[in-house]
Design a protein around this ligand. Sequence first.
Ligand code: UD1
Ligand code: MG
Length: 459
Amino acid sequence: MKALVCVVLAAGEGRRMRSGVPKVLHRLNGVPMLHYIVGSARALNPEGLIVVAGKDNRRQLEESLGPGGVRFVTQEAPLGTAHALQSARKALRGFRGDVLVLNGDTPLITTGTLKRFITRHRRAGNSLSILSFTPPDPAGYGRVLRDGSGRPLMIVEEPDATVEQRGIGEVNSGVYLIRHDALPLLKEVRRNRRKKEYYLTDLLGIALRRGLGCGVYQLGEEREFMGVNTKEELLQAQRVLRERTVKHWLDRDVGFMDESAVFIHPEAVIGEGTFIYPNVCIEGKTRIGRWCVVYPNVRIAESVIGDRVVIKDSSVIESAEIGDGSAIGPFARLRPGTTVMEGASIGNFVEVKASTIGRGTKAQHHSYIGDAEVGGGVNIGAGTITCNYDGLKKHKTVIEEGVFIGSDTQLVAPVRIGKGAYVAAGTTVTEDVPPGALAIGRAPGRVIKGWAKKRRAKS
Ligand code: UD1
Ligand code: MG
């Protein structure tokens, strides 16, 4: 957007969080709070995007946001929100236009609301505009004071407010638009006597006294302005975000048995017709296809799931790819680097790591498949183990198309089982098996007739 720079204030210590983690890095649906407001600001396409960080949290904030056009400035000491913005003045030198100031702890504000706010501010030709809202409980927020005809007068922070002022329901959201020519007024903000901080909110009174055009507007939905200062507020924000995400997917024909018991990462994608049972976590940039069923207690992270896949109860899927029409679980564990191809079936207590499972292949019970390449149409019997680790290195197992692996088999890698071969139950395979062969390595058993009777007679 032309002549717009966004500044996100994120240097505060966040003491009310009572945590060693910087407040704005606390996670909401798995994503640090700061990412949300930075994302909403970035979507405005501003000329510049500045984050004000503290001396102690700058490195963590930079690492968390990563590269991506954000400029960082340091507020040398946490002396309040006006002081924080003042720290960005150098970076704003020569800029002509509007500075959109956002608090780093208001993650739910949407780009749409910010756009409407910018339009209002510009249409009014204001030097300073502030977004306000009326929360169910105004406690903790700065109250907006207006005169008898509704014109804004000033903002009073809660500790400085009289009992009467505390009764005001309209509060400051922490979103401001300041035209470049009003920025020098920041120098006139005096230190608050009680908290010894420079309050950005004082700018309203100062600008009005100068006769500058100011406006305080109520736009958007109340709950999108909620500030997160405590762990309890973090949970409340999480609930709002969850409802927003669930609504988004409901509108796209995804079904839920209990929408209050699912976690869906904001960047996850779910196809139409998919149904999700309770206690399901869909994390990271997971993509789930259409017409899938995800049963209870499943965690899927950073994975790609095809169409018509059934993921049965209590399965864990991490950084894996699952082809159309496959069946996973119950109690399956797919670890990073696993690819399960179309129509395959990974059953109970089967762990797969860094392996490819071919089309229509079945591994239904109690197995470990690691560093393996398994072809299509293979049957892996119960209790099959790829012995991929020799104590020093990992080795590969190749099982070609159409192989039958009997139950309770160990495949000591590196090893290859040729196309269509059979491995008899109970075999430990230590050398390659040619295509079409049978590998059998059972110790011969004995049956001793009448033994039990003799044994019992002894006791
Ligand atoms: C602030 C507003 C209040 C408003 C509320 C909305 C002030 C004085 N008060 O209160 O009117 O209703 O937000 O949520 O602005 N920060 C810095 N440096 C500092 C102090 C804070 O960068 O020295 C940052 C924080 O990291 C935070 C933001 O500014 O992201 C707001 O600070 P916070 O302490 O949360 O202010 P509130 O008490 O919530
Ligand atoms: Mg706050």
